[in-house]
Design a protein around this ligand. Sequence first.
Ligand code: ARG
Length: 276
Amino acid sequence: MRRHIVRAWTGALSLAAGAAVLPLAAPGPAAADSVVIGGSAVQVSDHPWVVAVASRDRFGGTRSGQFCGGAVVNRTTVLTAAHCVSADVLGAPLNEVRDLKVIAGRNDLRTSEGSEVTVSSVKTNPEYNSSTNSGDVAALTLATPLPESYVIPMAGQGDAAYRAGTPAAVYGWGDTTGGGQYARSLHAAQVHVLADTVCEEAYPGSSDGKYVAATMLCAGEPMGGKDACQGDSGGPLVAQGRLIGLVSWGSGCGRPGNPGVYTRISDAAKVLRIHG
Ligand code: ARG
C-alpha cells in the first residue's frame, strides 16, 4: 500500500508540475476510452455528491489541486480515505497543509465552475491501519455548508445494497489507464459488489493490504477492465442510490482477479459517528 500511495502522489505531483510521470511497476491493461478504468465521462451535476479533495500548494493548480475524491454525506461533512490525508500522500504533515479544499460542482478540473469550500477540520479514523488498509476513512468538516441536494444517503449495516451481485458505480478524476493518465473531467465505471469470500481469496494479505470483511467491501468484474485507480481514492462507490464504499486500494487497476477494495460505509459511519 505504501508503494501505491507514493505512486499516487508522485503521479499527481509530477503531472501538476508538468514533469514526466514515473512509469508504473505493473501497469494495468490500457483500454481506449476508459476512465476511472473502463468507464465513461459523466456530469457532476447528475452526481453532485462526488467532490474533489484538493490542495494547490501540494499538487499544483493544473487540475485545481485535485489529488483524491470524496462523498458529501451531510451538508458539512465529506468522507474521504484516511490515506488521502496521510503525510505519505500529502508529502507533508496534514497540519502544514493550509489550503485543503473540497471542490463541488466542477466537472472539468481545468475550469473554475462550481464551488471551492475550505476544510475547517479533519477527523481521521483512529482505527485506520495502514498495513492492512482497514478503516481507511476520514471525515472532512466544511467551513460553509453545501446545499442539501448534494447529500447522498449512506447505506447502513445490513443494507441490501451490500449484497454480492449488486450493480454499483464508482466515480473519480483519477488515472484512466493505469499508466498515469489523470482525467480532467469526472468519470464513472460500472462494477458489481463481490462476495467477501471472493475478496478474501483475492487479497489474503500482501504488501498491498489484506481484505478485512468487517471494514471493507470489494467490487469489480470477472474479466477486470473496470475499476478505480490512482487518484480516485476517497471517492464514492454507489449502489441503489446509496453510498456503500469509498475507493481505498487494490493490486494494480482493473486486473482480472484483483478487484477494487473499498472502505465499507456502514463501518466508517459507525466508527466516526457520522450521521447523514
Ligand atoms: N490508492 C489509490 C489512490 O490513492 C486508489 C487505488 C484504487 N485501486 C483500485 N484498483 N481500485 O488513489
